[in-house]
Write a protein that binds this ligand. Structure first.
Ligand SMILES: *Cc1c(COP(=O)(O)O)cnc(C)c1O
Length: 235
């Protein structure tokens, strides 16, 4: 009856199954629906099913979507794509979360632009867990220093870490990269920076991520279907 109902329910089932397989409670893992490249109507349809957290990669595209969906008061918008300095002010004003903070300069820009009327912006540090030079993210051994810089900014709330595993059929490799991200979160806690979020796992690797402790999985394809390939890289 609803266009995305089967896919959305199926995604929730995959999360619950993966949680149980690891001896975890399904309620420990939240679902971020990644709506990049899909029109406002698609977000509206999935919102009608009960989904509230949506992830976007491109600030301009997201702002247009937010404007088109203003009547939906309770959408929680997450920015998960690379963030350029010149978009930081707009991002700080319109998103509830930014998962892609990978340098102190961007954190400072976000903090300076976060409206005082809003609660602190929830922030995850993006960590380069695949080791690929083309991927964004802070190296794992710089996470604690960056976390300290973010935690010092009252307009930001340090929530945790985000990572993207290499696109691979090798489950053991994906798991080792997710394990590295989990260790980064543990390092932050050990440094006295309390974090509650491990943002890891996408449509192709959510089971591996949940096995390594993911608390938020970011699913696009599994809910909305295939995206046009050319728009997939993030910008
Ligand atoms: C596009 C994207 C996703 C969703 O990917 P799917 O494979 O479609 O689930 C998750 N995280 C980030 C950072 C992305 O850019």
């Amino acid at each position: 009856m609803f266009q995305y109902e089967n896919a959305w329910q199926g995604a929730l089932r995959r999360i619950a199954d993966a949680a149980r397989a690891s001896g975890r409670a399904p309620g420990e893992i939240s679902l971020l629906a990644v709506s990049k490249t899909f029109p406002p109507a698609a977000v509206r349809a999935v919102h009608a099913l009960g989904q509230r957290a949506f992830g976007e990669n491109y600030v301009q595209e997201a702002l247009a979507k937010m404007d088109a969906l203003q009547d939906l008061r309770d959408v929680e918008w997450h920015l998960i794509g690379p963030l350029q300095s010149n978009k930081a002010a707009a991002a700080a004003a319109r998103f509830a979360w930014v998962h892609s903070v990978d340098r102190a300069k961007i954190a400072g820009r976000l903090a300076a632009a976060r409206p005082a009327s809003l609660p602190p912006l929830s922030v995850c540090l993006q960590v380069n867990i695949s080791g690929e030079a083309t991927k964004s993210g802070v190296p794992a051994d710089e996470v604690v220093a960056l976390g300290g810089a973010v935690a010092a900014l009252p307009a930001l709330r340090l929530r945790g870490v985000m990572g993207i595993a290499a696109a691979t059929a090798d489950t053991a490799l994906a798991r080792s990269q997710f394990r590295l991200l989990a260790r980064c979160a543990a390092d932050l806690r050990a440094a006295g920076l309390p974090v509650d979020t491990l943002s890891m796992g996408m449509s192709g690797d959510l089971e591996a991520a949940i096995a390594e402790g993911a608390t938020m999985v970011r699913l696009g394809t599994a809910i909305f279907g295939q995206r046009p390939a050319a728009t997939d890289a993030g910008a």
